[in-house]
Design a protein around this ligand. Structure first.
Ligand code: AQP
Length: 332
């Protein structure tokens, strides 16, 4: 049976990008005949400046949103990364497989490192090694598929390279995974800066639709989205009209249409924005409602996470033990 693994970092409140790029695919995956594991990858949140109390809150909230989005603990395994020590155990072996040069080439490292430097903060060593921990997250479960948005494709490619390298050096140990991306919604852009990705830890919240935003807030953010002069009507052109293209992509992702065709249905931006706002509000309404119910019972969410970690450990431990043996470490 196909094994699926993916995770989200609790580095901020989850966004429409996280939903369209990742979460929604996850929910679809749990209905396929597959063994799916989904994880709040809390250790990744320690790679940049963080507040401990906020991290704990966001970890709980992310897990609650996984359930609210439709993930069913009867059909998949939900857990928190730091509850399963196999991730960090394996990460070290993969640090001994990766090279400094390939980690420094990671686009996300370069972006986040320069942001930290610009803010006068030190660049944490873990920011450089984070893709290796992500590789360990995936390889520990012998995952075949990793459903992610476009920005994580490079990290999954690195994971594949490390798996192949390790297998060649020490004998077949890891399954080589592949990234799966949604047809639309793989890269939702910031509404105020449509040349940048909508990211949950971005400072300008006006450009970000959070999953728990009230409908009126979503509508306001979409209606104020940056577009261009639009003198020749509504056209879908990602390079020349990134703001409008992003709105059409979001509308297509919400309604199942095609962005190019949708463009032909509008000649002004106002009606397009109104339809996008309505589509996003309706898409997120059930999730917001379920979140309100689930958040009232944190004990149940904790129970799901405890059971999930138990099952995850059972899968990861033998894989990681095999890797320890293969690389030449003496069994205890
Ligand atoms: N804008 C986006 N469009 C489509 N998919 C997206 N994802 C993130 N932003 C978008 C996908 O959501 C998952 C989140 O993974 P993560 O939290 O581990 O890391 P990330 O990719 O760095 O996510 P963010 O939201 O951008 O967080 P910050 O701002 O902290 O860096 C992944 O599958 C990602 O592709």
């Amino acid at each position: 049976m196909t094994r699926i693994f993916s995770g989200i970092t609790p580095s901020g409140h989850l966004t429409l990008g996280n939903y369209l790029g990742a979460l929604r695919q996850w929910v679809a995956a749990e209905h396929a005949p597959a063994d799916a594991l989904f994880c709040v990858v809390d250790l990744h949140a320690l790679t940049v400046e963080h507040d401990p109390a906020r991290l704990r809150r966001l970890t709980r909230q992310n897990a609650t949103l996984f359930l609210a989005a439709g993930l069913d603990p009867q059909r998949c395994t939900l857990f928190v990364q730091s509850h399963v020590t196999e991730h960090t155990r394996l990460s070290y072996l993969l640090e001994c497989t990766a090279t400094d040069g390939e980690l420094r080439r990671m686009i996300q490292y370069r972006e986040k490192a320069s942001k930290a430097e610009a803010a006068g903060q030190g660049v944490r060593l873990s920011l450089l090694t984070y893709p290796v921990l992500m590789a360990a997250d995936i390889l520990a479960y012998a995952a075949d598929e990793v459903p992610v948005g476009e920005d994580q494709r490079q990290h999954v490619e690195l994971t594949r390279d490390l798996a192949v390298r390790f297998n060649q050096r020490y004998g077949h140990t890891f399954t080589v995974p592949r990234a799966t991306l949604p047809a639309v919604g793989a890269r939702v852009m910031d509404l105020q800066d449509p040349t940048s990705k909508m990211g949950k830890s971005s400072a300008n919240t006006a450009g970000i639709v959070y999953l728990l935003d009230e409908p009126a807030v979503i509508t306001k953010k979409v209606m104020r989205a940056v577009t261009d002069s639009g003198e020749d009507g509504v056209v879908y052109d990602r390079a020349a009209r990134p703001g409008v293209a992003n709105l059409l992509d979001v509308l297509a992702a919400c309604t199942g249409g095609e962005p190019e065709k949708l463009a032909g249905e509008y000649d002004r931006y106002g009606p397009l924005k109104r339809d996008v706002a309505e589509a996003v509000v309706e898409l997120l309404r059930p999730l917001r409602e379920r979140h309100a119910v689930l958040a009232a019972d944190p004990g149940e969410v904790e129970r799901v996470l405890r059971e999930g970690a138990e099952r995850a450990r059972g899968i990861a431990r033998p894989v990681v033990d095999r890797a320890y043996e293969a690389i030449g470490l003496l069994a205890p």
